[in-house]
Design a protein around this ligand. Structure first.
Ligand code: MN
Ligand code: MN
Length: 465
């Protein structure tokens, strides 16, 4: 199909182009290298805690130092602040002092998953199970009959902590949640999708070998508790002071004959966190201080001491400001924040929930969102025309492929990000991130080109915003 164009169409019409029609050979090569590193990040960061550990290792290898209150810092110095092992902030000090503001990238590294309940272990029909409580917006039917791993930490009665990781190493056992066989699923099959798998049936199968003879009660539960005790020193009461997270097993993989996609658990929002991380690593001596924050708890409303609503951000930025004799309020008032979070990619299999004229498309680059929210923009931050204009110009000036998007049709639903919590701090903030297919599923899909463009976007923000 050939479209007829004249000089007016060239002059007046906005005509976004597929990234592959514009990508330079150098960028195509850099994109592949970037995505290999990103896949490693995913495989090493299946939980928010593992993400922080891996970020610290990468940052220290690049000369970042753990921030100490009162530390003397000069332009080009690189520091990080680990927030309780669950969130992290990184900064590269700028040549301008912080009264000029910072360029901030905010992302989150928690992803939807199944947490263990405080008293998880039980036996039923001579099998042992762990009860779970889902975290974030999952579609429960997607979590049955897939291989699962267990990661987290347990605090023992003597006050020591033990890290638990089962299922990620070659040869490890994994876990599963069972579903009904279709032969007996007649009534289940009539239920709405969201009701077919009730939360209380998301029970993880973990064993069936009894510890003792038939005379002993709880012998199947004891069988698995003994294994946990041998490996980790854990007794049942220790599970009350534990955070154990059930996440999909398996590694990030290229998808498609042309390998243009990556499928993995947790692209939301590690795909944007990694873009920020790689960008702050690439920044040398920026004019304004570059800051990354990877928050926890975004999937349940950015709550708690490790979430984006936590004052930990004021505490870190305030201390950096104090070291320069700058008022934190002046810093925030002059700062710019890219709330880097994923958006929905247009999926032709479910075309009726999207407004095609205002959707993010695969391979069109980083997706900017002026507002998120639901219904009449409820819960949105809604960036101003000035802020959208500033970012649009910045990306065009730096040859970053971008597109403007809403999540879907106004009446179809909605979602939120950390943007409103940054904006509430008197920081100009806008959402931007990678368009994702099957968001919040155990295995989500993104396009490599969009991942790379989000990295270029973050780099442009840190270097030139
Ligand atoms: Mn997100
Ligand atoms: Mn999410």
């Amino acid at each position: 199909m050939s479209e007829k164009k004249n000089e007016w169409s060239e002059k007046l019409l906005y005509a976004p182009k597929n990234g592959y029609d514009r990508l330079s050979a150098a960028d195509a090569e850099a994109m592949e290298a970037y995505c290999e590193d990103y896949k490693k990040f995913l495989d090493n960061g299946k939980t928010e805690r593992l993400c922080v550990d891996y970020c610290v290792a990468l940052a220290e290898a690049r000369g970042f130092k753990a921030y100490q209150p009162g530390m003397k810092l000069k332009a080009g110095d690189k520091v990080y602040q680990n927030n309780r092992g669950k969130g992290i902030m990184l900064a590269v000090i700028g040549t301008d002092d912080l009264s000029h503001g910072a360029n901030i990238g905010a992302a989150h590294t928690d992803s939807p998953r199944l947490d263990l309940k405080p008293r998880p272990v039980y036996e039923e029909a001579e099998m042992a199970y762990l009860k779970t409580h889902h975290y974030g917006g999952i579609r429960k039917y997607q979590w049955v009959t897939i291989p699962l791993e267990l990661h987290g930490v347990a605090m023992l009665s003597d006050g020591s902590s033990v890290a638990v990781h089962i299922g990620d190493k070659e040869g490890d056992p994994q876990f599963i949640i069972n579903d009904l066989l279709p032969h007996l699923g007649r009534e289940q099959g009539k239920k709405p999708l969201n009701e077919a798998i009730p939360s209380e049936s998301l029970n993880l199968l973990i064993g069936s070998k009894p510890l003792a003879g038939e005379e002993c009660s709880d012998r199947f539960k004891l069988g698995v508790l003994k294994l946990l005790n041998e490996r980790y020193g854990i007794v049942e009461e220790d599970l009350i002071s534990a955070e154990l997270e059930v996440v999909p097993a398996g590694k990030a993989r290229d998808i498609g004959l042309d390998r243009s996609f990556i499928a993995a658990y947790g692209h939301d929002d590690r795909v944007c966190a990694y873009a920020e991380l790689a960008a702050i690593f690439a920044v040398k001596k920026p004019r304004k201080t570059a800051v990354c924050i990877f928050a926890d708890k975004e999937e349940i409303g950015s709550e708690g001491v490790s979430g984006m609503q936590s004052q930990v951000f004021e505490w870190f930025m305030g201390d950096l400001c104090k070291g320069q004799g700058v008022d934190l309020r002046d810093c925030f008032a002059n700062s710019f924040c890219l709330s880097a979070d994923v958006t929905a990619a247009y999926d032709p299999n479910f075309a009726d929930v999207y407004d095609k004229r205002n959707s993010a498309f695969i391979n069109y680059g980083v997706g900017l969102c002026k507002y998120t929210g639901a219904g009449g923009k409820g819960g949105a931050s809604d960036a101003s025309a000035e802020v959208v204009g500033k970012l649009r110009k910045l990306l065009n000036d730096n040859e970053v492929f971008w597109q403007m998007a809403e999540m879907g049709k106004t009446d179809a639903g909605g979602g939120g990000t950390v943007a409103k919590f940054m904006a509430a701090r008197n920081i100009d903030t806008i959402d931007a991130g990678v368009p994702v297919l099957s968001m919040h599923a155990p295995y989500e899909t993104v396009a490599k080109l969009d991942c790379y463009m989000t990295y270029k976007c973050m780099k442009a923000v840190f270097e030139n915003a």
